[in-house]
Design a protein around this ligand. Structure first.
Ligand code: URP
Ligand code: ZN
Ligand code: ZN
Length: 461
């Protein structure tokens, strides 16, 4: 069935125009003024609304075994929530299979979690948590299967973390294969020592999480990664950058000619470390790594987005209930599962706190929430823009909507919202996935399992 979106203001990363969009099958086939269409076409009137390309969240966890428990969402709840919030493509991380089992086992397992369940399109970063000749051969095969990005952790020693030797070889292989390496940058040894010291001093509450991972720990991680990137020529992408110190290290790397890109998260733009200091263990809801920072960092990041020093705004969605999961760390902050879920709210928060306040113009908003992720991760121009031939993933956005975020009404599978009671100004009124209407006025009307795995080609040579 064809789809016609009429009278909207189309906004891409580079343009803004008044025009209609006609979609046949799964792609956009015409863009122009006063388009007409056959009688059985689904017509959406976008008068007074923006039409954005489907948003892309390049850093999401759905199936995540982590810190002795499992993230709460599955692909049904996560993809519905993503779509209601305007996100039409997710990039999740496949964990490397343990006990020497082939890498393909992990990939097949994550595919089995997503395929037949996801209502939106998805693709994966392949995590590398150990490295040897066999892994090298398997990574080469995974890239051929369409996974064109790796993920490494400098933090989480003994779990996801890798050694410097493994980091060096992973980056060398990535350079050879043209694959970008996304990296969690925190010095794992510093974290461990600071954690021990704090616990020995009886500092066990969620507010001490910050002091076990202060800005220098993150900045050192970025510096460390970029020394290895410089030695290998690999292209790198620093995930969840939270503080000015880390951003400065990344900019220093850019200044000396490295191919490095920076992601921040919506949480760091709108929340600060005082939330993790809330009494009665409420702060646990706001524990993630790197931690929420001093408020002064927020202006730094809004400005860095405006100047395009920071390429993307993601969520690092990692949902753990307050009851039973965050509570695992009641007597020891190092046991609080890390994560502040925001998959459903990212776009509305960025619009409300970025666009309506004048911190971001509409084109930059689209660029950092959609287009840059598509470009960096080999999805452009199929995703991340509105153009003839692109997938008809479209968000008809109502800037006049007013609402409030609440765990009572959200669609992720979680017993709290980090943004409980926050006002949002604007939300998607219609969201389409490859030409099919998936959301109308906050209700999911799409098809579970329609989401496709997006095969990607290496582009980072
Ligand atoms: O706190 C976080 N970031 N949780 C998810 C795991 C990760 O580090 O990406
Ligand atoms: Zn991380
Ligand atoms: Zn993550």
């Amino acid at each position: 069935m064809a789809l016609l979106i009429k009278n909207g203001t189309i906004v891409t990363a580079g343009e803004q125009m008044q025009a209609d969009i006609y979609c046949e099958g799964e792609q956009i086939s015409r863009i122009g003024k006063h388009l007409d269409a056959p009688p059985d076409t689904t017509v959406i009137d976008a008068t007074g609304k923006y039409v954005f390309p489907g948003f892309i969240d390049p850093h999401v966890h759905v199936y995540l075994p982590f810190m002795g428990t499992f993230a709460k969402d599955d692909y049904i709840s996560a993809s519905k929530a993503a779509l209601i919030g305007g996100t039409t493509t997710l990039i999740e991380m496949v964990c490397q299979a343990r006990n020497g089992r082939p890498l393909a086992d992990g990939f097949e397992f994550w595919m089995s979690q997503a395929a037949g369940k996801s209502a939106c399109d998805f693709t994966f970063h392949q995590s590398v948590t150990r490295y040897d000749a066999q892994v090298e051969a398997e990574l080469t095969e995974i890239v051929k299967a369409g996974v064109a990005s790796f993920k490494v952790f400098l933090a989480y020693k003994g779990a996801f973390g890798i050694t410097d030797e493994e980091l060096y070889h992973t980056l060398r292989l990535a350079k050879k294969l043209g694959v970008i390496v996304t990296a969690h940058c925190e010095n794992a040894d510093l974290v461990l020592e600071l954690q021990k010291q704090l616990l020995n001093e009886g500092k066990t509450g969620p507010e001490y999480h910050y002091w076990s991972r202060p800005p220098r720990v993150e900045a050192e991680g970025v510096h460390h990664l970029l020394s290895f990137a410089e030695m290998t020529g690999a292209h790198t992408y620093i995930v969840h950058t939270s503080c000015e110190e880390a951003l400065r290290e990344a900019m220093a790397g850019k200044d000396r000619g490295l191919n490095v890109w920076v992601e921040t998260l919506i949480q760091y733009l709108v929340l600060d470390k005082s939330y993790a200091e809330l009494p009665n263990f409420e702060g646990a809801k706001y524990v993630m790594s790197p931690p929420l920072r001093d408020k002064k960092n927020q202006d730094v990041f809004w400005n860095a987005l405006k100047q395009r020093f920071v390429s993307t705004v993601a969520t690092d969605h990692a949902p753990f209930d307050f009851k039973g999961q965050k509570e695992m760390g009641r007597d020891d902050f190092t046991k609080i599962p890390n994560g502040i879920p925001s998959l459903e709210d990212r776009v509305n928060l960025l619009y409300t706190y970025g666009v309506t306040t004048g911190r971001l113009d509409l084109n930059t908003f689209v660029d950092c929430a959609s287009t840059q992720a598509a470009k960096l991760f080999g999805l452009f121009p199929r995703k991340g823009t509105i153009a003839v031939g692109s997938d008809a993933d479209l968000v008809v956005y109502d800037p006049n909507y007013r609402g409030v975020i609440s765990a009572k009404t959200h669609h992720i599978n979680l017993d709290y919202s980090a943004f409980e009671g926050w006002e949002i100004k604007g939300r998607p009124s219609v969201v389409t996935v490859r030409g099919e209407v998936a959301v109308r006025d906050g209700e999911f009307v799409g098809t579970i399992g329609r989401g496709q795995f997006l095969k990607r080609e290496p582009t980072h040579f």
